[in-house]
Design a binder for this molecule. Structure first.
Ligand code: KIV
Ligand code: ZN
Length: 516
């Protein structure tokens, strides 16, 4: 990369976010329709140019999520993924048609290994499929992206031929993915330079990177792809994605912002929303972010050692290469506690990026006051967890009234539970293998026991023994999955809230099924 002169205007890099497609393919990270719509709305507000909302042929749920996101889109282009078959492409075209700006992304593998063993197709068959699939996608929208799956293990001459074929058929964006995270940065850069130099009309389309992190190079490769001529990058919030994940959006965006002295590029992303997007995706996908994750990790702006703290107090630039505020972490925190009033709470919510309606605000304020009675210091993460769980717990017909749990090292735990079910109080006493098991047995006895618990996960939202526990559970019934979240200073109460939140969602699904 060359040094940028101070007057130079940075070139725009298009951000293509695939959290809801490649990210969601991550084992255990599936999201519900409502959660996907919520994530898409935040990505749109944040300035993401293209949202890959899903793979519509994969399931009815994926199709519905893509169409719902398309209907709600504001500025972002909404994209649906399709393999190189007409059935896939037609379904994707149908799903994205309500978006003011839509894209179809179609792909086929081009490496010898994939063509022979996965597709069982000859190179000529693949070329034919590319021409036909891109032309089909063009009949739905002018904005067609074509990807050479496993591009980095594709023979260079054949890679040029496939790209030429896709451009001739009308593709407007060409993506060259490092599907298995195999490439090194200098190789990835050279691949783009080679294709851009050799393929006729390469200058008429936008080239894109798509990097997986199997060797830990996803972001480095993305930056190398830009150096090689790519002007779109495909990435996900928190680097969520298959196996070791995809290139992390927040790292790419902040690399350009922080090293603008040497990288003459920028994006339209409002970086102050990065931490909020990270928190939301981590919560809805039930996929915690590692503490030392670049940009959005809990410790990304924490300074513990005396030497560092001393340097920070003298000049923050000694140990911070970007400000916490630039990614949405407030450095000068409004300290919230039981004496904070509505005004301060509203101000705090707005600092954290939440604009709640009157009723939702009052609900959140009441819960904040309840929390402040139990907990001395309320951190931003406490409030985010509280508001996010408030939003996702709308529509409840079951709620927790009271829970008492007795645990002992000598006998099974016992839970005494009172629930409000459709306006009536019902109680039950159950035992179990530990407090959570006893509580869940009591909930099942008062409600239903036809659902399977697929996943139970606890995370401390803040520090200390009075930290809020954030529990996430995934329930399944007749192939339908729901996720419930619960937050409380007590892990067993948070567990009960999470299970009840999931049950409420499951009940809605049952009613919808019944109505059909
Ligand atoms: O990794 C990959 O190759 C993909 C394609 C579908 C673009 O996700
Ligand atoms: Zn991928």
């Amino acid at each position: 990369m060359t040094k940028m002169n101070p007057q130079q205007i940075p070139e725009n890099i298009v951000i293509f976010d695939t959290t809801l497609r490649d990210g969601e393919q991550s084992p255990g990270a599936s999201m519900t329709l409502e959660q996907k719509v919520e994530v898409a709305a935040l990505l749109d507000d944040m300035g993401v140019d293209i949202i890959e909302a899903g793979f519509p042929i994969a399931s009815d749920g994926d199709f519905e999520a893509v169409s719902e996101i398309a209907k709600n889109a504001k500025n972002a282009v909404i994209c649906g993924l399709a393999r190189a078959s007409f059935k896939d492409i037609d379904r994707a075209g149908e799903a994205v048609k309500y978006a003011p700006k839509s894209r179809i992304h179609t792909f086929i593998a081009t490496s010898p290994l994939h063509m022979k063993y996965k597709l069982n197709m000859s190179p000529d068959d693949v070329l034919e499929k590319i021409a036909a699939s891109v032309a089909r996608a063009k009949s739905f929208t002018d904005d067609v992206e074509w990807s050479a799956e496993d591009a980095t293990r594709t023979e260079p001459d054949f890679l040029c031929r496939v790209v030429e074929t896709a451009i001739k058929a009308g593709a407007t964006t060409i993506n060259l993915p490092d599907t298995v995270g195999y490439s090194l940065p200098n190789e990835y850069q050279s691949m783009f330079e080679m294709v851009l130099n050799r393929v006729p009309n390469a200058d008429k389309v936008v080239f894109s990177t798509h990097c997986h992190n199997d060797l830990g190079f996803a972001v480095a490769n993305t930056m190398a792809g830009i150096a090689g001529g790519a002007r779109q990058v495909e990435c996900t919030i928190n680097g969520l994605g298959e196996r070791a994940g995809n290139a992390a959006l927040e790292e790419i965006v902040m690399s350009m912002r922080t090293r603008q002295d040497i990288l003459p590029f920028d994006t339209g992303i409002q970086s102050q929303l990065l931490v909020r997007a990270s928190n939301l995706v981590a919560a809805v996908a039930a996929f915690p972010v590692q503490y030392n994750k670049a940009i959005v990790g809990k410790n990304a702006f924490a300074h513990e050692s005396g030497i560092h703290q001393d340097g920070m107090l003298k000049n923050a630039e000694t140990y911070e290469i970007m400000t916490p505020e630039s990614v949405g972490v407030k450095a000068t925190n409004l300290v919230m506690g039981k004496h904070s009033g509505r005004h301060a709470f509203k101000e705090k919510l707005s600092d954290l990026g939440y604009e709640l309606g009157d009723n939702a605000f009052l609900d959140a304020f009441t819960r904040f006051k309840q929390l402040a009675d139990k907990k001395k210091t309320i951190y931003d993460e406490d409030i985010i967890a509280l508001v996010d769980s408030e939003i996702s717990e709308a529509n409840k017909s079951i709620s927790l009234v009271s829970l008492e749990v007795a645990v002992s090292s000598d006998r099974p735990a016992e839970a005494i539970l009172v629930l409000n079910i459709d306006g009536k109080h019902k109680n039950h006493i159950a035992t179990g293998d530990g407090g959570v098991d006893a509580t869940y047995n009591a909930i099942k006895a008062l409600t239903t026991d036809t659902q399977n618990l697929l996943r139970y996960q606890v995370q401390a939202v803040t520090e200390g023994t009075d930290a809020q526990a954030h529990v996430s559970v995934r329930l399944e019934e007749n192939g339908k999955q729901v996720i419930g979240q619960g937050v409380d200073t007590d892990t067993i109460v948070a567990s009960a809230k999470a299970y009840i939140a999931a049950l409420n969602k499951l009940m809605l699904k049952r009613q919808q099924l019944h109505a059909q």
